[in-house]
Design a protein around this ligand. Structure first.
Ligand code: NAD
Length: 549
């Protein structure tokens, strides 16, 4: 327990509720707090401007302010102070929107008990502290807020909810590697995070990017948990990453970096523990180096320690293109649901790496006209349609799209706002925001990338009737064929490409139908419906296993 009491500001107009909350707070022996209670928002705002408040407990419906405006006004005056919403049972939707708008947590007043109230306060403060450090990342905030929103709609038991908000294991390393001239040693940060260890081994890609931090990797690990559960795969979620710009390194530098990173995380990984795969900035060559480094340490070849490796080393047919292929299976299913004829449709694809280029190719094979593409170097537009084959040949030679002759260069912002039927996001996170969501001009938004849409933008898209294939569903083809690769490796057998694509399609379409059914039945957006599917499965597993000891 801290030596200093926590300074709580309680803004609640009902004196009965206010007294009850203060009494309950006293019953938590782990919590030492001083509570200042006010009944009106204007009094609360005055108190906040004087500073020295650690946390606000906020009733949203007050005599001088109503609903979300209450929260916005508090956040305007004290953006750094975490806010926990007090809600009544019939305000579930309002509380979900408050979480979207930056509230840390919500408490249903009629369910309040001393233990749960005290724990929510302590946990919120722990999260607020964590957000200030290495965990701080817009992506982790997004992942947590999405999860809180889903758990609100499903009425998730608070005991489980608190356990799922942070990863079970996180390992952070800093390590050196030699640049090619061997006089310069570069030191970089690396991470491996395992979010849920309940379901079986953990699974998740490794990302090389200059923006990687602990929070980003934690968000990606959390999404992997929901994605695997949504697909009914026997894995928990994990993710790894190194904060480095891989495009600035030679192949030999990349190899040294990969081998050293593997050695740093070797205790965490293994075919029965945690199985990495490619992600942004990594590919089958990186997986081959990782597998080789691990195998050298163990003393014999262990192909099942990674997926997404070359076929000759035990990789699976169809893995390389699996994320794009899966996304296109789901686009077809969505188009059927929307009554959209794909052979007459247009598409724009942001990102032309593994996911984006294969998605563009499979869409073009269905007769979809690709009118725009973009990557880190440029974006391109051609109203009559772009040749995916020519784009691929150009990128194979020049690494990026910049300089491609047969199209008009446009900005990334303009690319996203092009008028089209299908917009595919296959690059980075945080692309559709409150600023541009109203200008997105497609019928179907297909997320190949992880976390490309911010929470507030989701509501705008939903209100505008844009159908969203959320990331944990849209890009799940990759982990699904990774699972096939792992199964084939564990059993020393191989499946044909037809078998793989057939199984992939049936797993994805089953998840699509379940998600759509839930979205329609409970009047939810597709993302929240997909999250609830995944979170429910993980919750059920956690409850069966119980708490050790
Ligand atoms: P990749 O490295 O092969 O390709 C990334 C693409 O994004 C490149 O074309 C790059 O130029 C482009 N890009 C990078 N920064 C950009 C920017 N600022 N603006 C526009 N474009 C930019 O990576 P990938 O494997 O295709 O992964 C793309 C996304 O898909 C990531 O979010 C990743 O987490 C997700 N994903 C990948 C897989 C997989 O199997 N590879 C599976 C699931 C999800």
């Amino acid at each position: 327990m801290s030596d200093f009491p926590i300074r709580l500001l309680l803004i609640e107009d009902n004196p009965l509720h206010s007294r009850l909350i203060q009494q309950l707070l006293k019953t938590d022996t782990q919590l030492r707090c001083e509570v200042e209670a006010v009944e009106r928002l204007d009094e609360g705002l005055v108190r906040l401007t004087r500073g020295k408040v650690d946390l606000v407990l906020l009733d949203l419906v007050l005599p001088d302010s109503e609903e979300l405006e209450t929260l916005w006004r508090v956040r305007l005056v004290a953006p750094q102070v975490p806010v926990v919403i007090l809600t009544s049972l019939d305000d579930v939707k309002l509380a979900a929107r408050a979480v979207e708008s930056g509230a840390y947590d919500y408490l249903v007043k009629s369910h309040l008990k001393g233990a749960s109230l005290g724990r929510a306060v302590r946990y919120t403060l722990a999260r607020a502290r964590a957000r200030g450090g290495e965990w701080d990342s817009p992506m982790f905030r997004l992942a947590q807020q999405q999860f809180l929103k889903a758990s609100q709609y499903m009425g998730l038991d608070d005991n489980v909810r608190q356990r799922l908000l942070f990863p079970q294991r996180a390992h952070m390393v800093s390590f050196p590697f030699f640049r090619d001239d061997h006089s310069q040693v570069e030191t970089v940060f690396g991470y491996r995070v395992q979010h849920v260890l309940t379901m079986g081994p953990t699974k998740g890609g490794i990302r090389y990017h200059e923006g990687v931090d602990l929070g980003e990797v934690a968000a990606l690990a959390m999404w992997m948990t929901w994605k695997c559960a949504l697909m009914k795969l026997p894995f928990g979620g994990a993710k790894g990453g190194v904060r480095v710009d891989p495009t600035a390194l030679s192949r030999t530098e990349l190899q040294r970096l990969t081998r050293r990173y593997t050695t740093e995380i070797i205790e965490m990984i293994g075919p029965d523990r945690d199985i990495p795969a490619p992600d942004l900035g990594t590919d089958e060559q990186v997986m081959a180096w990782l597998m080789d480094t691990y195998s050298q340490q163990i003393g014999h070849a262990v192909p099942t320690v990674v997926t997404g490796k070359p076929v000759v080393l035990g990789g699976s047919l169809g893995r390389k293109e699996a994320t794009g292929r899966g996304l296109v299976f789901l686009i077809e299913a969505s188009a059927q649901h929307l009554g959209l004829e794909l052979s007459k449709a247009t598409a724009v694809v942001q990102g032309f790496g593994n996911v984006g280029s294969h998605t563009a190719r499979f869409l073009a094979e269905l007769g979809v006209k690709i009118i725009g593409v973009g990557d880190v170097s440029t974006s391109l537009y051609r109203r009559e349609g772009l040749s995916v084959k020519d784009l691929q040949a150009y990128v194979d030679e020049h690494r990026v799209l910049d300089g491609y002759p047969d199209a008009e260069p446009i900005s990334n912002a303009d690319l996203l706002e092009l008028d089209c039927d299908v917009l595919v996001l296959a690059a980075l996170q945080n692309q559709v925001t409150v600023e541009n969501a109203a200008q997105i001009s497609c019928r179907l938004l297909a997320e190949g990338a992880n976390g490309p849409t911010m929470l507030e933008a989701d509501d705008i898209l939903h209100d505008r009737g844009i159908f969203v294939l959320p990331d944990i569903l849209g890009n799940a083809g990759g982990v699904t064929v990774s699972y096939f690769e792992w199964v084939q490796g564990m059993q020393n057998l191989t499946w044909t490409l037809d078998e793989i694509n057939g199984r992939l399609k049936s797993i994805l379409l089953d998840a699509f139908r379940r998600t759509l059914h839930r979205a329609q039945k409970d009047r939810l957006d597709m993302r929240t419906a997909a999250l609830i599917e995944g979170v429910s499965r993980v919750t059920e597993a956690k409850l069966w296993r119980g708490v050790f000891p």
